[in-house]
Design a protein around this ligand. Structure first.
Ligand code: FES
Length: 90
């Protein structure tokens, strides 16, 4: 269930007790591109609204920050000089 994850003052809220999300979900970094998400899960925006995905099908989240269809990858990363090394943990 999507819930808002921050109070208006920007502090984090605790997840709803008893809510389960993300069982059997796999998130993979795709080379120089997006995150691939596999598994049944719910994707929520910052206001707690559900973002529709196709149940059971993988989807790709933008990692470069330049997609016109955020949070999803639209392939823009292929047409920019974005350096994925900058997004890696150092
Ligand atoms: S990772 Fe593909 S558009 Fe950002």
């Amino acid at each position: 269930m999507c819930t808002r994850d921050r109070d208006d003052d920007g502090t984090n809220q605790q997840p709803e007790e008893g809510s389960v999300a993300g069982d059997n979900v796999k998130i993979s970094i795709i080379g120089t591109g997006p995150y691939r998400v596999d598994g049944a899960m719910e994707l929520c925006d910052a206001d707690g609204n559900r973002i529709e995905t196709q149940d059971g099908k993988p989807f790709f989240l933008c990692r470069c920050g330049q997609s016109a269809n955020k949070p999803f990858c639209d392939g823009t990363h292929n047409r920019t000089d974005w350096d994925p090394a900058l997004a890696e943990r150092g």
